[in-house]
Design a protein around this ligand. Structure first.
Ligand code: GLC
Length: 752
């Protein structure tokens, strides 16, 4: 529809109809027994807002149902405006990919884009128009359960991955066939709650927010993301969903975001609980004046916005601008011409969980796994598995759901378990299985949410499971232990003060270790966990995240060596939770610790190192790589120029492999102290045994720019150090100097 027609439509709409476009009702209002014609009468609270005026809903899916709802809704709507159907498709629709933290570990934006393309196809054919993804929150505190949904602790990597997901979901135009609109979330800085506590305050200076937390959302907006979701939390005491500076000035004006701003679930009304708004009516006015377009399920707009407009308490132009943005989104999706878009029951049968999609999921599993340890046993590496008798033991061998808590349409029955995959390769009697223990014991806080059984059950059940496991282990040369978190221990409202494996699982590990058998441990988890004990008793350890539908297949492909692992940590793994929040890009401080010396007064802890146990960017391969010291094209860089830095990488092992070369830069002296290293680029090379390649990066002034002490953005003259290596804490750097520019952005340091 032409924009002029949209303007005409807008002018012709009543105030009630306009407000309706900003109201998102949860799917239960539209389920079979709901009365679309009725008012919002749910849970006994009568609402004077007619359901058929609602502009969108979330949480529903299925071509047949959504086509019926759309038809009914449009028939009753005075201007027959189609609804938007939105859904949390976080890492796959029905074909569930590794959780985003695992996808970040692939360091393959092309793969991540392909996963999003598959998700878009399955969602679109099921009637979905917009997905609430990518989640671009920077995360550095593994106590926070939603680290699982992020691609990690580095804003550069997150920006690359957020852009890849947006391009995967939307393609060139979200109105194209089998494409959907993307919604980047949670704006802004949701991943940094104080103490890792869900929904809690985020205390970030404007500098830190701009330097570290905003860039990934910005990349999603620059990629054309159709929607942004405002977050639940308060930033420095102000709820994001009512923060006009954040939503209007930073997002809309500075980032030039032209799309639709939607709140998180109920976040508008929650401004009363925050103590920011006296009541829901004030919350509705605050939100619309802050620039928020759609009220997700708070019903604040539904209850009060019509009166606020009619009484002149809110300017009609605010309403019109918001409604126009929603109508334009519907128009870009082509809904005025075809309100059902790609919804197609036949297509669902053909597309969902098809072999091509499963193959992509299997590939993503392989490339998201991170090999943390692989020591020699009897003079050869523990992995890949050889011709040996193997016992797969642990709760994740067969029984547990490998999807994350945000796989709303995932079905565990679709999953290929470790046991399923093993039995495709070995026959009964060649390979053995045992559950070993329940995933959680009754002492694991929160276990009650997952199990109904009482303490007695756990004691007796686990005793017999352990006995069976010990018998099983005796039949084998090697045990593959499949341990981890419950899928509901990460995700929303899943902060944990301690990031340990349940005692019952560590007990199993200790008992198996006592036999002296070779142990390979797989960790299924949506977050980094404390792993010292696992590392102590295991000859090899893989982080496999929450691997999703094709978990068993992808993991087995790597365990047997059909594929060489290439994953790298997108988030550091701490020695223990006491180090959190932690990330690789630390500052020097005035008293840097040069190794653990007795009695020194330097930065750090008495009981653990400053560094994480495993640092961002770390991950082993089944082969070895030698990386040369970087070679730099010039030791001087001038204004508006770039210089080149290269390194040679050689496969010195005996099997083909892929290595991820990471470019890190340090600004050695600046008007604000800068991290000891920051990721500024990466590339992957695949090398045959003995093969050597050179990787080359351009160092640009943008890479050296930051939010300077005087409030401007740009680079500062001075010395820089650059590394090219395969993790964030190794290798030798080389120094170059950025010369002061005359009329450009390079300037001498100005002190605040
Ligand atoms: C949830 C989440 C958000 C999700 C939304 C809709 O509370 O915070 O990520 O997209 O509500 O389900």
């Amino acid at each position: 529809m032409l924009d002029e027609k949209l303007e005409e439509l807008l002018q012709d709409m009543s105030i009630e109809e306009k407000v309706g476009q900003l109201v998102q009702l949860d799917g239960s209002y539209f389920e079979e027994d709901a009365l679309i014609t009725g008012n919002m009468a749910k849970n006994g609270e009568g609402r004077n807002f007619p359901i058929f005026l609602a502009g969108s809903t979330l949480g529903l899916s299925g071509a047949k149902d959504l086509k019926k709802i759309q038809k009914d809704q449009m028939e009753r709507h005075p201007h027959h405006i189609p609804m938007l159907f939105m859904l949390d498709v976080i890492h796959g629709y029905r074909t569930v990919f590794p959780c985003p933290l695992g996808q970040g570990a692939s360091f393959q934006p092309k793969l991540v884009k392909e996963c999003a393309e598959v998700a878009a196809r399955e969602a679109a054919v099921s009637g979905i128009h917009v997905v609430f993804s990518p989640m671009a929150d920077l995360v550095r505190d593994a106590r926070w359960g939603r680290v699982m949904e992020s691609t990690g602790e580095d804003s550069y990597l997150n920006g690359i991955m957020a852009k890849a997901m947006v391009k995967g979901y939307q393609g060139k135009n979200p109105g194209d066939k089998m494409k959907v609109g993307a919604c980047v979330k949670h704006f802004a800085g949701y991943g940094a709650p104080v103490a890792g506590r869900e929904y809690y305050n985020v205390e970030l200076s404007e500098y830190t927010m701009r330097e570290y937390y905003l860039p990934a959302y910005k990349k999603a907006v620059e990629a054309g993301c159709e929607m942004v979701m405002s977050a639940f939390h308060t930033w420095n005491g102000i709820p994001c969903s009512g923060n006009r500076w954040l939503l209007e000035d930073i997002l809309r004006k500075e980032m030039n975001f032209k799309g639709v701003l939607i709140s998180d679930w109920g976040a508008v009304s929650e401004m009363t609980a925050h103590g920011f708004c006296e009541n829901n009516k004030v919350a509705a006015r605050t939100a619309i004046e802050a620039g928020l377009d759609i009220d997700m399920c708070a019903n604040a707009y539904a209850e009060y916005l019509v009166d606020l407009i009619k009484n002149g308490e809110v300017e009609i132009k605010l309403l019109d601008h918001a409604v126009m943005r929603v109508l334009r989104l519907k128009n870009r999706l082509g809904l005025f011409e075809n309100p059902y878009k790609d919804a197609d029951s036949e297509g669902e049968m053909r597309v969902i969980l098809c072999d091509e999609h499963r193959d992509k999921a299997r590939e993503a599993v392989r490339k998201s796994m991170v090999l943390l340890k692989n020591e020699e046993v009897h003079n050869e590496k523990a992995l890949p598995l050889k011709n040996e008798k193997i016992a797969f033991i642990g709760p994740y061998v067969k029984n547990e759901d490998m999807d994350s808590s945000w796989a709303v349409n995932g079905d565990p029955r679709d999953q290929i378990s470790i046991q399923d995959a093993a039995l495709e390769r070995w026959s009964e009697g060649e390979v053995f299985f045992a559950r070993g223990c329940t995933l959680l014991d009754n002492k694991t806080t929160g276990a009650k949410y997952f199990y109904e059984e009482n303490d007695e059950y756990f004691e007796t059940k686990n005793q017999s499971l352990l006995e069976e496991a010990m018998e099983t282990a005796k039949k084998a040369d090697t045990v593959v232990l499949c341990l981890g978190e419950h899928r509901l221990q990460s995700g929303e409202a899943s902060s944990r003060a301690q990031i340990k494996l349940p005692k019952i699982q560590l007990n199993l590990l200790n008992n198996i270790a006592w036999t002296g058998i070779k142990i390979i441990t797989l960790i299924f988890s949506g977050r980094p966990l404390e792993l010292e004990e696992v590392l102590k008793y295991s000859n090899a350890v893989f982080m496999v995240w929450m691997p999703g539908t094709e978990g068993g297949h992808g993991i087995m492909d790597v365990l047997v060596g059909d594929h060489n692992p290439s994953g790298k940590l997108p988030m550091s793994i701490p020695y223990n939770g006491g180090q959190l929040p932690i990330s690789y890009d630390q500052y020097s401080t005035g008293r840097p610790r040069m190794g653990l010396q007795k009695g020194e007064y330097t930065t750090g802890y008495l009981d653990v190192p400053n560094e994480p146990l495993f640092s961002f960017g770390y991950g082993l391969s089944y082969t070895d790589f030698e990386i040369s010291k970087p070679y730099i094209s010039s030791v001087y860089m001038r204004q508006n120029e770039s210089i080149k830095v290269s390194a040679k990488v050689k496969n010195t092992g005996d099997r083909q492999g892929t290595e991820t070369l990471q470019l890190y830069i340090q600004d050695m002296t600046a008007s604000r102290v800068r991290p000891l290293r920051q990721l500024k680029g990466f590339c992957q090379v695949e090398l045959k045994p003995g093969e050597e390649k050179e990787v080359l990066f351009d160092i640009t002034e943008e890479m050296l720019s930051f939010h300077r002490a005087d409030g401007t953005y740009g680079s500062e003259a001075g010395l820089f150090k650059v590394w090219i290596n395969n993790s964030s804490n190794v290798g030798e750097g080389v120094i170059f100097e950025l010369k002061e520019g005359k009329n450009g952005n390079v300037q001498r340091r100005e002190y605040a």
